[in-house]
Design a protein around this ligand. Structure first.
Ligand SMILES: [Zn+2]
Length: 476
């Protein structure tokens, strides 16, 4: 399947083409390619922003603005430097699986471990160099995992198993291939006359996969647009989908609630911007680490088809959005869960050529190391400094900070005097024409805001209009 190349791996992909219409009818691919296609759904949204900007020089709705804001807000407003880094380079729990892909468009380094100089007394580790230990020292001495823990088991396949070949339609439905299915697809697409069909073999690499990623959001025929046409995705007409008003979901879990001040133009009740505290900004920043597959109900381009196929063919059937442990925030959506931090033991290396300590996950390695020499080590929360470790899971942003967020989700830690004057000036309106409304955001609105970030550049108004509208009703 993989072509010989010294640079990057390439895939051979076989396309069946309707030559008259210059359209891909279907593609035949092996498991390796389907795994790569499905891996796109496991990418955190911030990673998609970064890849599209890097390879395609294109922006990605409000998500690009949130991502930009992480850099622009300034490291001083974050609890620690690591907070900014884990948002600019989001990580996912599926990274370990993705390392087995034949072509990984988002290669990541393995998480490293760092200790302070008083490790023997503190017994704490951080996954991020430069974290502050409870003893006040910096954790910047790297500590190795035991060799056994570094070995990756050689499992067959990544997301799909077996040796089958697969059929991929132009709108990204993926099926296990069979003659019956091919015939059915041909007749559904009015291509029963096979004399009009041609074949094309392509070698595709990272650039093509990122192009396909971009078309997945904007086109109803991403394979045709990626492999047969030379136009840029910006030319593809994307029909904006209207958002349905939020439906209140009843749940037993306690809901996080965010309170904001919406600055509204009275004339049309449009939200110009909101003023908020650090918890709402933490929520918006969390959007960047949510993998694409969990953006519920997205009916955009061909994402829905690919997502359905992924659910049908994936060996892993869990449906919860799970993030690495260090993304846990004090207030977060009940739909988003974080992993428990993994647990390690330290042992002293007897061999003087090795570093003094190593870490292991397995407490029963009594044949190699005497059990009494294994000491439990706790991973610290990289969002906390030194002694604050006891107040676990605060957030990315320093507590007590106020922000403004514009309709297209640019987040600024800015003076309210200057933004009010800027807005009044820009819109040429009087101070009397504005009013401030306190609004409460719960799960339903937050989910709808996350979806709106992808679909429109007017995210606040699309997702929160009903909160403002309600207020008018109450007053009349
Ligand atoms: Zn320490």
């Amino acid at each position: 399947m993989m072509a010989e190349s010294s640079e990057e791996p390439k895939f051979a992909l076989r396309l069946i083409i309707d030559e008259e219409k210059e359209k891909v009818v279907l593609a035949e691919a092996g498991r390796d390619f389907v795994d790569v296609l499905f891996s796109l759904l496991t990418l955190p949204m911030g990673t998609i922003v970064r890849l599209l900007e890097k390879h395609r020089k294109s922006e990605f709705g409000c998500f690009s603005n949130i991502y930009k804001s992480v850099a622009d807000v300034g490291v001083d407003n974050f609890e620690t430097e690591a907070c900014q880094q884990i948002l600019l380079n989001p990580r996912s729990v599926k990274e370990v699986q993705c390392k087995r892909l034949k072509l990984n468009i988002n290669p990541t380094d393995c998480l490293k471990f760092f200790k302070c100089r008083s490790f023997a007394a503190c017994n704490l580790c951080s996954n991020f160099s430069g974290s502050e230990c409870v003893c006040g020292e910096l954790m910047d001495q790297e500590i190795d995992l035991s060799e056994e823990d570094q070995v990756q088991n050689d499992v067959d396949g990544v997301f799909v198993k077996g040796r089958s070949s697969f059929i991929i339609t132009d709108d990204l439905n993926v099926y296990v291939g069979s003659t019956g299915l091919v015939l059915k697809t041909l007749s559904r697409l009015n291509c029963s006359d096979v004399s009009k069909l041609g074949e094309k073999f392509l070698d595709i690499g990272i650039e093509e996969i990122v192009t396909l990623l971009e078309y997945m959001f904007s086109s109803d025929s991403p394979l045709t647009d990626t492999f047969l046409k030379k136009q840029s995705p910006h030319d593809v007409k994307n029909i904006p989908k209207l958002l349905s008003p939020c439906v209140k979901v009843k749940t037993d879990e306690p809901e996080s609630e965010f309170t904001l001040d919406a600055v509204v133009r009275k004339q049309d009740m449009k939200i110009l911007y909101v003023e908020c505290g650090e918890d709402f900004v933490d929520l918006l920043f969390t959007f960047l680490v949510v993998p694409l597959e969990y953006l519920c109900d997205i009916n955009l381009g061909c994402i829905g088809n690919l997502r359905r196929s992924f659910k049908d063919l994936n060996v892993d059937t869990s449906t919860r959005c799970v993030l690495p442990y260090y993304y846990k925030c004090q207030k977060q959506l009940s739909d988003i869960t974080t992993e428990e931090p993994p647990f390690y033991y330290r042992y002293r290396n007897s061999n003087p050529s090795q570093p003094d300590y190593s870490l292991t996950t397995d407490p029963d390695r009594s044949l190699l190391y005497r059990k009494d020499r294994l000491v439990p080590v706790t991973l610290i929360d990289p969002k906390c400094r030194g002694k604050d470790q006891s107040e676990n899971g605060s957030g990315f942003i320093k507590r007590g900070t106020r922000f403004t967020v514009t309709d297209d989700l640019l987040i600024r830690a800015t003076s309210f005097v200057s933004i009010s004057i800027f807005v009044l000036n820009k819109l040429q309106i009087q101070a009397d024409d504005l009013e401030v409304q306190a609004i409460r955001i719960r799960k339903a609105e937050a989910m709808s805001l996350m979806r709106a970030s992808l679909l429109t550049s007017s995210a606040l108004n699309s997702a929160l209009w009903n909160l403002i509208a309600k207020k008018i009703k109450e007053e009349t």
